[in-house]
Design a protein around this ligand. Structure first.
Ligand code: ATP
Ligand code: MG
Ligand code: MG
Length: 357
């Protein structure tokens, strides 16, 4: 049978490996932290090695039939190296855009798609100038490697002093940052698309995302937004995937403004937490779509067979698993992580409801 190479060893890799197994594929995980990882636990093989271990990367590439990834911050040089020996999707062009918030927003704006107003910043003085230009309420973010709201600071120049801007700058601990205008959104939505090497594309319906402490808390599928808003969100996600010539799965996070238009927040070229509901409520889930896309198989059906609500189990939330498991209305998914550290994604639950329109 064929083997998929997976870069990254977290829960997204785990659930992709499980979907791959169902289609008859083995998975070989490669990551510096692969040992006893969520993905390695369910994979046929795991390589624990650094992203710049060129010899280990070559052996890995030669042992698999196609490589994909569950973490968009895999160094581009790593992917370029692997590409000498096997196919890797999504490709380095996609990663270069998705790894850097400035590149990402430039790319999206270049397609004529709206984002919050933004400025690149390399110093506290740049931040002050950006705030003066954009408006008093801003979000300062490191351009690279942030997730779950880490590497971000809120700024309200109407009430904060110059010291507060300096404090925000010092708190993100990098000299490559972006200042974004704060969007007073009606809600947040995301759209996940899958695209094959032949350009075929499918999109799951727009879903609504609620965050708690900067971390995704609940996803409601489908999003409770106007049909025009949902259609616009889908159009935006498809346009981005096409412009990137994506092969794989792409999630696009968006803000819905009070007038019902959408602004892109960020994207992730991989299965996404806001797509976990598809595991129990769609004909083919996002993980299966990734396997299909990178293995050159036809894409699956995105038909929604039920409405759904996904709730993340963060840290100690997961201790409630016996109760959740005993509830027949709950589909429980646990990631095999031994330690329930605060803020750590331990699992999720899906609740299904009769399908609406
Ligand atoms: P993720 O875990 O989704 O990768 P992240 O750390 O990359 O998160 P963002 O998605 O940029 O960060 O921001 C996290 C959340 O913070 C957003 O979902 C949104 O709720 C809020 N937020 C971020 N940027 C803005 C903004 N410009 N205006 C208003 N809210 C924002
Ligand atoms: Mg992010
Ligand atoms: Mg986000």
């Amino acid at each position: 049978g064929a083997t998929i190479g997976m870069l990254g060893a977290g829960q997204l890799g785990r659930m992709t490996a499980m979907a791959a197994a169902r289609l008859g594929y083995r998975t070989h995980v490669y990551a510096p932290d692969a040992a006893d990882s969520p993905a390695a636990q369910v994979s046929a093989a795991a390589t624990v090695a650094d992203w710049d271990d060129w010899a280990a990367l070559e052996r890995f590439a030669r042992s698999v039939d196609a490589v994909t990834l569950e973490w968009e911050n895999v160094p581009v040089a790593t992917v370029e190296h692997l590409r000498r020996f096997t196919t890797v999707n999504p490709g380095p062009n996609v990663l270069a855009v998705a790894q850097d918030r400035v590149a990402e927003k430039s790319f999206v704006n270049g397609l004529g798609i709206g984002t919050a107003p933004w400025r690149a910043a390399h110093s506290a003085a740049d931040v002050a100038a950006a705030v003066a230009a954009i408006g008093p309420r801003c979000v300062l973010k490191s351009t690279r490697l942030g997730y779950d709201g880490k590497g971000q600071a809120r700024i309200d120049a109407a009430t904060d002093s110059a010291d507060a801007i300096t404090a925000a700058w010092d708190s993100i601990k990098t000299d490559a940052a972006i200042v974004e205008g704060f969007v007073t959104f009606a809600c947040e939505v995301s759209v996940i698309v899958a695209r094959g090497g032949d350009g075929a594309m499918v999109a799951y319906p727009a879903v609504e995302n609620r965050h708690k402490n900067g971390i995704l808390d609940v996803t409601i599928a489908p999003a409770r937004v106007a049909p025009d808003t949902a259609a616009e969100a889908e159009r935006v996600a498809r346009r981005i995937a096409e412009a990137l010539d994506l092969v794989g799965v792409l999630a696009v996070e968006m803000f819905v403004t009070p007038d019902g238009s959408v602004l892109v927040n960020e994207m992730a070229p991989r299965p996404h937490n806001s797509g976990h509901w598809t595991m129990d409520a769609c004909a083919s889930c996002q993980f299966e779509q990734l396997v299909r896309a990178v293995c050159g198989l036809p894409l699956g059906s995105v038909e929604r067979v039920a409405d759904a609500e996904m709730t993340n189990l963060i840290g100690d939330d997961a201790l409630a698993w016996p109760t959740l498991m005993a509830d027949p209305g709950v589909r429980l998914h646990l990631y095999g992580k031994a330690e329930a550290r605060p803020g750590r994604k331990m699992g999720h639950v899906n609740r299904l409801f009769p399908k609406t329109a």
